[in-house]
Write a protein that binds this ligand. Structure first.
Ligand SMILES: [Zn+2]
Ligand SMILES: [Zn+2]
Length: 344
């Protein structure tokens, strides 16, 4: 079967990017009793996938890539069958598998599970996942939308940890796939105004179409002046930093209202330190700085919410697995919100 693989790691001496290629690999096999063989329909590229090619993870080539998917069950182990899963079930799933029995898991914090495994490799024709990772797609959600369940869960959980009150003034920094999902969820959560900060004009326009009230171009606009104008000098009650850009991370603090919540949940460079003036932001302005790593307890609710949002406009292009080099080049251009592989 065909699979996208990282075939060359980032060169830490020359700075040359790593590479992906579509290669022929053996079909994955059912090994454990709760294993399920999935025929992948669509696998979207995560904003974090190119980080493998930029050296943000330990070297790993050759290795599979991709953790977002939708697909159909084609074969299943006896335990999965007993649990009620069937051939033909349309599913999506969570790549991050926690053990369920450690102290963190028992306290509902599976994201910190020391035994957790990230099962990547969805950008392929087939994958074997455990039934514990799977969620049935609601009947009204098609497979193309279904592949976005994992990033949508991150957006949903970011909204939860931001603790947004009805009528809040909200800023979303970055209009990638997750930023644009946040726009729709912010409307559902009753934000009174939604401002999106994004350098790409295409993505700013898409944010407006999807329900943002204001957009700011951080390259050509004065972000602080625009914020003052939009919020009548008060700042934003919540700022969701969805760009992963260090400059934007610093701006997020500057545009927060007194008592505002700033949520950081993007993958920043591992050696980046955010400068925070504690007197100004934490003492004087009582700002809450909130981190977030995955959304291990909200996935089922995210899948249940899929029929309430329209994620199709976020998908810019669909590629065959053979076109993976182009797909990754496009992803790294920063121009697009969400790019997807048709794995059929
Ligand atoms: Zn993802
Ligand atoms: Zn655990």
């Amino acid at each position: 079967m065909k699979a996208v693989m990282v075939v060359k790691d980032y060169n830490r001496e020359t700075g040359e990017l790593g590479e992906v290629a579509c290669v022929d690999v053996p079909m994955p096999e059912i090994v454990n009793e709760d294993d399920v063989l999935i025929k992948v329909a669509y696998a979207s590229i995560c904003g974090s996938d190119p980080n493998v090619l930029k050296g943000l993870f330990p070297d790993r080539a050759p290795c599979p890539i991709g953790h977002e998917l939708s697909g159909t069950i084609v074969m299943l182990g006896p335990k999965a069958e007993k649990q009620g899963w069937k051939v033909g079930d349309r599913v999506t799933g969570n790549f991050y598998v926690s053990c369920g029995v450690c102290d963190y898991c028992r306290e509902g914090m599976g994201q910190f599970c020391p035994n957790a495994v990230g099962k990547v490799g969805t950008q392929a024709q087939y994958i074997v996942w455990s039934s514990a990772q799977l969620y049935k797609l609601p009947d009204s959600v098609d497979l193309l939308t279904g592949t976005l369940a994992e990033p949508f869960n991150i957006a949903l959980h970011a909204i939860e940890v931001a603790d947004i009150k009805l009528g809040a003034r909200l800023a979303i920094s970055g209009a990638g796939g997750i930023g644009l999902m946040l726009v729709q969820l912010a409307r559902i959560c009753g934000a009174s105004q939604i401002t999106v900060i994004e350098p790409e004009e295409r993505k700013r326009n898409l944010a407006l179409e999807l329900g943002a009230d204001y957009v700011i171009d951080p390259i050509n606009d004065d972000v602080l002046a625009k914020t003052a104008e939009i919020t009548k000098g008060l700042g934003f009650n919540a700022v969701l930093e969805a760009s992963g850009n260090s400059k934007a991370a610093e701006t997020a603090l500057q545009i927060a209202a007194k008592k505002g919540h700033v949520v950081y949940f993007s993958m920043y460079k591992t050696d980046y330190n955010l400068p925070v003036n504690l007197y100004k932001y934490c003492y004087h302005n009582e700002i809450r700085i909130q981190g977030m790593f995955l959304g291990q307890s909200s996935f089922a609710r995210a899948v249940a919410m899929l029929p309430r949002v329209n994620l199709k406009p976020i998908i810019d292009k669909i590629y065959s697995l053979d076109d993976c080099k182009q797909a990754y080049a496009d992803q790294m251009s920063g121009k697009y919100a969400k790019l997807v592989f048709d794995c059929s």
